[in-house]
Design a protein around this ligand. Structure first.
Ligand code: BGC
Length: 443
């Protein structure tokens, strides 16, 4: 088991890089904009450029994890982060900075799908939720550290350091992965059964390793190495992955993560410093609640957490809308809105945050796992981009209250979707989950 902790810890540095690099620019941009004299359009392109990189990487990573394997793909991801961060730190023109951020985005997109996939395939079934979701803990830790680094360097306007510090975790990921094993499932699917056997027996107790080896080998005998994606058996898991991917974003999480200071200022909080501190508070709540969620994810199960969390998100979004609708700008409005945001973030952190990434690493048959995760990840980043570029426009045209009500209505849709369609995967072996779809397709 100790080995499993080590594996999750190192691989999830990829999650840390995902979180850090998505949040760090929010502080750095304040100094980059005046230094390069950026127009609003140029600023928007710079801020969203990483999302384009992430979308492209999500498409390519499906092939990458199949062809290179999970381990080499993570080493490559560390190297991409390294190159991107160095380029950003030394960029002398806005164009170079944008290219640097697109490269960092490639790393983010690749890490977002490869880390959960890798950890999931190496974890014991009874603790898989804990280990895979450790990645989400590291994403939220990365976001917190980025806010902190932004605060530390803000006084000296040292934006190059803010962006450049990302090289440290990138090196840890790249080098650390050299010492970790390849996924036994990928090895067996490529015919390296002996190697996979050794890894399984070094990771699990004798009994579990024997069952896993037998099940994975049988599974790869009856299924082709790389099967077609759009089949009757795959229809349901594909639908679940793609819809949850979109729901995770279109229920508004990143309007808070990317625009929290702007939202706080809408409530009448005038000082930048208070807005930044309030934002840091949101980051800490996100981190702490994720940490709590992963302790119970394998005991309570994925479904109860999703249903409770999405209900909490819906209610807090609805109240946020009411507060903006009925409240005049005042200190008490700031408090009510802060409370709504805290409940919203806490609810996301125990549900859609970790559980979306966990489920897409669990629900797909091995023969299409790479491609299917790639599709879900692509949907997630595309939805992320759509929300990021429409939020301020929605606020302008619909108004603040209606914008948050819109997210609340979408959250109700998400709750119903989970209630009717998402199965419980707690404690099941990946091959057992695979059989579940085969059975239901035969009905
Ligand atoms: C989401 C990100 C989000 C982060 C916040 C992740 O699971 O995919 O879009 O920024 O959680 O904690």
């Amino acid at each position: 088991m100790l080995k499993n902790y080590f594996i999750a810890l190192i691989a999830a540095v990829g999650g840390f890089l995902f979180g850090y690099n998505t949040a760090v620019l929010s502080g750095a941009i304040l100094f980059i904009q005046p230094q390069f004299n950026l127009t609003n359009v140029q600023t928007e392109v710079l801020v969203s450029s990483f999302l384009f990189g992430a979308i492209v990487a999500a498409i390519l990573s499906g092939k990458g994890v199949n062809y290179l394997g999970r381990k080499k793909m993570l080493i490559l991801t560390g190297s991409i982060f390294l190159i991107g961060s160095v380029l950003c730190a030394f960029a002398e023109t806005p164009l170079l900075l944008i290219i640097g951020r697109i490269i960092v985005g490639l790393g983010i997109g690749s890490a977002s799908m490869t880390v959960p996939l890798y950890i999931s395939e190496l974890s014991p079934p009874l603790k898989r939720g804990f280990f895979v979701s450790f990645n989400q803990v590291m994403i939220t830790a990365g976001i917190c550290v980025a806010y902190l680094v932004n605060l530390l360097f803000a006084h000296h306007e040292m934006w190059r350091y803010m962006l450049g510090i990302g090289v440290i975790p990138a090196i840890i990921l790249g080098i650390g992965m050299l010492f970790l094993p390849e996924s036994p499932r990928w090895l067996i699917s490529k015919g390296f059964t002996d190697k996979a056997k050794k890894i399984l027996f070094s990771l699990h107790n004798h009994e579990l390793a024997t069952v896993e080896l037998r099940e994975i080998t049988n599974n790869t005998k009856t299924h082709t190495q790389e099967g077609p994606l759009f089949t009757k058996v795959n229809a349901m898991p594909l639908l679940i992955g793609v819809c949850l991917a979109a729901f995770q974003q279109v229920t508004g999480i990143n309007t808070i993560i990317y625009y929290a200071p702007t939202i706080f200022k809408m409530t009448g909080l005038h000082s930048d410093v208070s807005a930044i501190f309030a934002t840091a508070g949101i980051g800490i709540v996100n981190f702490v609640m994720t940490l709590i969620a992963i302790q119970v994810i394998d005991k309570l199960g994925r479904r109860p957490l999703l249903l409770i969390g999405v209900a909490g998100m819906t209610l807090s979004l609805a109240f946020l809308g009411f507060s903006f609708h009925f409240g005049a700008q005042s200190p008490s409005l700031s408090w009510v809105i802060t409370l709504c945001l805290v409940i919203y973030i806490a609810s996301f952190a125990i549900s859609l945050g970790p559980i979306f990434w966990l489920l897409i690493s669990e629900i797909y048959p091995l023969s299409v796992r790479g491609k299917a995760m790639s599709l879900a990840t692509f949907t997630n980043w595309t939805a992320n981009l759509i929300v990021a570029i429409t939020f301020l426009t929605l606020i302008q045209h619909l108004g603040r209250a209606s914008t948050f009500w819109l997210y609340a209505v979408i959250s109700i849709g998400c709750w119903l979707f989970v209630y009717f369609l998402v199965p419980e995967t707690k404690g099941k072996r990946l091959e057992e989950i695979e059989k579940l779809w085969e059975k239901s397709a035969k009905k």
